[in-house]
Design a protein around this ligand. Structure first.
Ligand code: MC0
Length: 146
């Protein structure tokens, strides 16, 4: 079951400048940043709010790290802007299988590693009315040591 907007992915040419825009204009701070070599992106997660299912919603700012990455291709064609939307689920495997059964192309056979240790997959934008759609199961929150 999809229970929240996990993040909105925004493609940009210059991550540091874009982070500064979101900080100076809206007051959003970077919650987490990382490089995902497999996806070919350097990213910053700006936490917007916690959600009722115990998760959170973020803006994900994405800068390509190589010219053959999906984000670089998309930027060359469209310029900066909203690249994808991601829904949060407790069980990405089950939801991906369910959605695949409805005739939507799921892009990965098995979920891959996403931001902050999450497990992710994507749905083809052409099957989702033009919206590249991601499904995310967050990494389990580590319980404090006793
Ligand atoms: C491509 N298309 C899109 C799109 N990207 N439409 C809406 N939103 C997007 N973001 C459209 C193109 O305009 C084109 O339509 C058609 O899809 C085929 O695109 P293409 O440029 O020829 O490229 P393909 O087919 O090689 O690849 C498209 C595909 C790819 C969606 C399969 O981008 C992909 O695998 N994306 C999933 C991975 C990804 O995007 N990773 C980056 C974020 P026309 O009409 O011109 O034929 S990584 C991330 O977000 C991670 C780190 C995380 O969240 O933790």
């Amino acid at each position: 079951m999809l229970t929240r907007i996990d993040h909105i992915g925004i493609a940009c040419f210059d991550l540091d400048k874009t982070v500064e825009f979101y900080r100076a204009t809206y007051g959003f701070e970077v919650f987490h940043s990382e490089v995902n070599e497999e996806q070919g992106v350097r990213e910053a997660m700006l936490k917007i709010n916690d959600t009722s299912d115990g998760g959170a919603s973020y803006l994900q700012l994405l800068e390509p790290t190589r010219e053959d990455s999906t984000v670089a291709k998309w930027l060359a064609k469209n310029g900066e802007g909203v690249h994808h939307i991601a829904f949060g689920t407790a069980d990405v495997d089950a939801d991906a299988a369910d959605i695949k059964g409805k005739g939507v192309r799921v892009l990965y056979e098995e979920p891959r590693r996403g931001s902050m240790g999450s497990r992710i997959t994507f749905l083809h934008p052409k099957d989702c009315h033009g919206v590249l759609t991601e499904l995310v199961t967050s990494a389990p929150v580590e319980s404090p040591e006793h």
